[in-house]
Ligand binder design. Structure first.
Ligand code: NAD
Length: 364
């Protein structure tokens, strides 16, 4: 089905006038005036060199004026730090940005998270616009208002809930994304099908080849449905006191796998793919879903070019890491398990032996 490519709008509905649009399409960046409804008189564009060389000029053109200052930060997770955050604040102060300024984050989740935290705290909060340029950022990190930097002792330990004024997602930027980064983003797309929409999951099964070719219509549909699901969950539970936890499907296993492999073997989305396969196998072992459904998820992940088994992890150590996860409750591991393809529940009563077995079965 042909998609409207020139700018579809979704809304993240939040109370107190804090709701915001997600503008989604193909060929959006560079459109004169695109950003103007969402920014004030001053703008600080935050990006990194790799993204800026490709897309900064188009974003400047979308601003319609010359008024933007620019700060480029280092590329990669190791720059998601307080030092980088301070660099952004220094730029805001040096260029005398007032409370009316807007921070525009152009990049993947790293740029979005650190620029978002700077926007949340500069003069107690200024405008923020997210222009996500990775698939993961378009379907996940740019929507929902979590901003953060890492601390030497752990990821995302310092941050704030802070919602943007708008998210602008142009799927054309995804054509320059390295293949491995792109496929890692597909893991999060598959996640939305599993947690909330069996029809979307079936569409992903039909459309995986088109998605791997990065066809704009398929991408628009995948990003739109992912954002709709995320927006709906966030609107219901902005600060993760309940339902928002379903977005962590595969993540408790995934985070432990990342930690156990020193954050170097797997990209986040790859670890989440392995984690989702483990969570599905565990769900089948507990009799919550049929083996055939766990197999269906595993097959789709493999077709997306994602790993479904982990190399170099040990079940007991991984289980211990999961117990230390900041989302564990009273030492009990909170897990999101499948009730079916398209529905999950948060649980805290899975016996450790069963979790360990799922890890061992998913380790090579
Ligand atoms: N805030 C949230 O709710 C949330 C949710 C999920 C993940 N995250 C965070 O997101 C981060 C990961 O984000 P990511 O996967 O986008 O990684 P990333 O920001 O490091 O980007 C991945 C790589 O792709 C490059 N890149 C970005 N856009 C490109 C493009 N269009 N063309 C070519 N190269 C491009 C980047 O320079 C980088 O090297 C992590 O820090 C994670 O904690 C946050």
């Amino acid at each position: 089905m042909a998609e409207n490519r020139t700018g579809q709008r979704l809304t993240v509905g939040l109370p107190d006038g804090r709701g915001y649009p997600i503008v989604l399409g193909s060929g959006l960046l560079g459109t004169a005036g695109l950003l103007d409804p969402f920014v004030g008189a001053q703008v600080l564009l935050v990006s990194n060199a790799a993204v800026a060389e490709r897309y900064l000029d188009a974003v400047r053109a979308s601003l319609g004026t010359d008024r933007a200052d620019v700060v480029l930060i280092g590329d990669g997770e190791r720059f998601k730090t307080l030092d980088t955050y301070a660099t952004i604040l220094d730029a805001l102060i040096a260029k005398r940005h007032s409370r009316a300024t807007s921070v525009v984050a152009l990049g993947g989740g790293v740029v979005g998270d650190v620029a978002g935290f700077a926007a949340a705290t500069y003069q107690r909060g200024v405008g923020l616009v997210q222009i996500p340029t990775t698939l993961l950022a378009q379907v996940d990190s740019s929507v929902g208002g979590k901003t953060a930097v890492n601390h030497a002792t752990g990821k995302n330990l310092i941050g704030a809930f802070y919602q943007p004024r708008a998210v602008i997602a142009d799927v054309d930027v995804l054509t320059t994304l390295p293949e491995r980064e792109y496929r890692a983003g597909l893991a999060e797309v598959v996640k939305y099908g599993v947690i909330a929409d069996a029809g979307f999951f079936a569409w992903l099964e039909r459309s995986m080849e088109a998605l791997l070719r990065r066809e704009p219509d398929a991408l628009i549909r995948a990003v739109r449905r992912s954002c709709e699901i995320k927006a709906e969950v966030v609107a219901e539970d902005e600060r993760e006191q309940g339902r928002r936890a379903i977005l962590n499907f595969g993540h408790t296993f995934g985070h432990a796998i990342e930690a156990q492999t020193g954050y170097t073997t797997y990209l986040h989305g790859e670890a989440v793919a392995i984690g989702m396969a483990m969570a599905a196998r565990l769900s089948a072992d507990l009799g919550r879903i049929r083996e055939a459904d766990a197999d269906r998820l595993q097959l789709l992940l493999r077709r997306a070019g994602l790993p479904t088994e982990a190399d170099g992890i040990e079940a007991v150590a991984t289980l211990a890491t999961m117990g230390m996860d900041k989302k564990a409750v009273d030492g009990r591991i909170r897990l999101v398990l499948c009730d079916r393809i398209g529905g999950v529940s948060v649980t805290a009563d899975t016996p450790d032996e069963k979790i360990a077995k799922a890890i061992a079965d998913g380790a090579t």
